[in-house]
Ligand binder design. Structure first.
Ligand code: NAP
Ligand code: MG
Length: 500
């Protein structure tokens, strides 16, 4: 039903282009994902030493559904005493059975976690969408399958570490403290936990305050998998919980994914200690279209690059550079495509853009939209009605953007795209590199030589060519400059958890 309507809508869109009212002409029939198969407890405790325990702090906070503002569950808030308990449990497990276990045995547990995530995928994706606001299509097709794949991939390395680093004798570090953001909650937990376990470490993980639920579900899975107590501990809380984890003196490694601002604080806190540190921070990716690119495909990639997950993606293609000769065509195609995007209930399988993760993040995005207008850039938003309740933002485009403008320099972390033009390869390389960040970039061209030229000169950890936002557990991911250091994913992702 939904597919038929989609085709119909596309036809109308073609005929009527460039009218911006496609969605009002053809409404999609709602295709809501069910929630009856999902269990969310009214209250969650901390997961320490294999058990769910009440917090020493005695405090709880609420996690809400940003699409409706309804309360989902009450979550324990860990303080420094809870952090200490969790680190002690992790140390005991490291000095005990886990530290002595062979790689082949560790692999069995990690494979089991992967399989359990697959078995519970339908429940996990709905919880991810309820807690974080991302469209069900993404949590179902990207977040949860990739999280399972990460465990599966790293399970395969557990007994092959000597082959990963030939002529070395890699050894584990000990206890890893891991802190993750809210944009890909379960996937970020998998990125952190899977390589740490494969390399023989034990962990204390802190999920983000607004999206703790799938990490707690993962704790239940870990319990069901009979992982020895203390190998994985999950502490919910806010920034102060993360800070207490960073400051704990019996931690060997901190792995952080989040903002550059907090990353800098963590780097300062770890300075002078023996803690190993990897930082996966913010980004301001350039997505570059040359005149010889397949333009329709490129526009689809640009849309995916910035509006995917409401732009809550560290590697979001938030700066578009278009070669001058095709600027008008690309802009028209972009606006036409934006007009067909469906913003609304994240549980609806038709939804392209779900809810912004929190009121605070929505305010940040609005702040930047105001800055963009004040700076003199021209704003374009599609003509749609947003749901009255919940945190939503219209997909937004800025043209006439100066290179020095704040909306072109600072990470907005929302569905806001800036568009600039260029004439030559050298010019666009210079402009693309002119930001403090260096996480990712995209190049759209028919010419292999341009791809090679740009991928070697753009200072970014990942450069996609004629595609965007493609992830795979076998590929390393990480930044240059203020986007952080260290790599996650692939063979390189093992190195951050080993003495080599
Ligand atoms: P954030 O504010 O830096 O928070 C990230 C995590 O750190 C959260 O768990 C947060 O807890 C915790 N935290 C906050 N203050 C802390 C402190 N002083 N010490 C230790 N931990 C602290 O970032 P966010 O807003 O959640 O996430 C968005 C950012 O993450 C963006 O900048 C994005 O680019 C970046 N990101 C990067 C990557 C990458 O791979 N490079 C991937 C995803 C996201 P609370 O949430 O509970 O406050
Ligand atoms: Mg929430």
């Amino acid at each position: 039903m939904a597919t038929t309507k989609k085709t119909a809508t596309k036809k109308v869109a073609k005929k009527a282009a460039p009218s911006l009212k496609f969605n009002t002409a053809w409404e999609y029939a709602p295709a809501l994902e069910g929630t009856s198969h999902v269990t969310i407890a009214p209250q969650y405790e901390l997961f320490i030493d294999g058990k769910f325990v009440k917090p020493e702090s005695g405090k709880y906070f609420n996690t809400i559904n940003p699409a409706t503002e309804a309360n989902l569950s009450s979550i324990a808030e860990a303080n420094a005493a809870d952090v200490d308990k969790a680190v002690k449990a992790a140390r005991k497990a490291y000095n005990g059975a886990w530290g002595k276990m062979s790689g082949a045995e560790r692999a069995k547990y990690i494979f089991r976690i992967s399989r359990m995530i697959q078995e519970k995928a339908r429940e996990l994706c709905v919880i991810e969408t309820l807690d974080g606001g991302k469209p069900i299509r993404e949590s179902r097709d990207i977040d949860i399958p990739l999280a399972a794949n990460h465990f599966f991939y790293y399970a395969g390395w557990a007994d092959k570490l000597d082959y990963a680093f030939p002529n070395r004798k890699p050894t584990s570090l000990g206890v890893a403290g891991q802190i993750i953001p809210w944009n890909f909650p379960l996937l970020m937990a998998a990125w952190k936990i899977a390589p740490a376990l494969a390399t023989g470490n034990t962990v204390v993980l802190k999920p983000a305050e607004t999206t703790p639920l799938t990490a707690l579900k993962l704790a239940e899975i870990i319990q069901e998998c009979d992982l020895p107590p203390g190998v994985v501990n999950i502490l919910t809380g806010a920034g102060a919980t993360g800070a207490a984890l960073v400051q704990h003196n019996d931690i060997n490694k901190i792995a952080f994914t989040g903002s550059t601002e907090v990353g800098k604080l963590i780097q300062q806190a770890c300075a002078g200690s023996s803690k190993k540190l990897t930082l996966e921070l913010g980004g301001k990716a350039a997505n570059i279209i040359f005149e010889d690119a397949p333009l329709d495909q490129a526009v689809e990639g640009i849309i995916n690059g910035i509006f995917f997950n409401q732009g809550h993606v560290c590697c979001a293609g938030s700066r578009l550079f278009v070669q001058e000769s095709v600027y008008k065509t690309v802009l028209r195609k972009l606006k036409d495509r934006m007009a067909t995007l469906i913003v609304g209930n994240p549980l609806d399988k038709n939804t392209d853009i779900g809810a912004i993760n929190s009121k605070q993040q929505l305010d940040t995005i609005h702040k930047y939209i105001t800055i963009g207008k004040k700076e003199g850039a021209e704003m374009y938003q599609t003509d749609i009605n947003l749901p009255r309740k919940g945190f939503y933002c219209k997909p937004t485009l800025f043209t006439d953007v100066a290179q020095s403008s704040r909306i072109a320099q600072e990470e907005i972390f929302g569905p806001v795209l800036t568009v600039q033009t260029f004439r030559t390869e050298d010019e666009v390389i210079e402009k693309a590199n002119n930001t403090p960040y260096g996480l990712s970039a995209g190049v759209w061209t028919d010419k292999g030589s341009k791809i090679f030229n740009l991928t070697t000169k753009i200072r970014a950890g990942v450069v996609w060519a004629n595609t965007y936002n493609k992830f795979d557990p076998t590929s390393p991911f990480g930044g240059y400059k203020e986007s952080g250091y260290g790599r996650e994913g692939g063979l390189q992702g093992l190195a951050g958890y080993l003495h080599i």
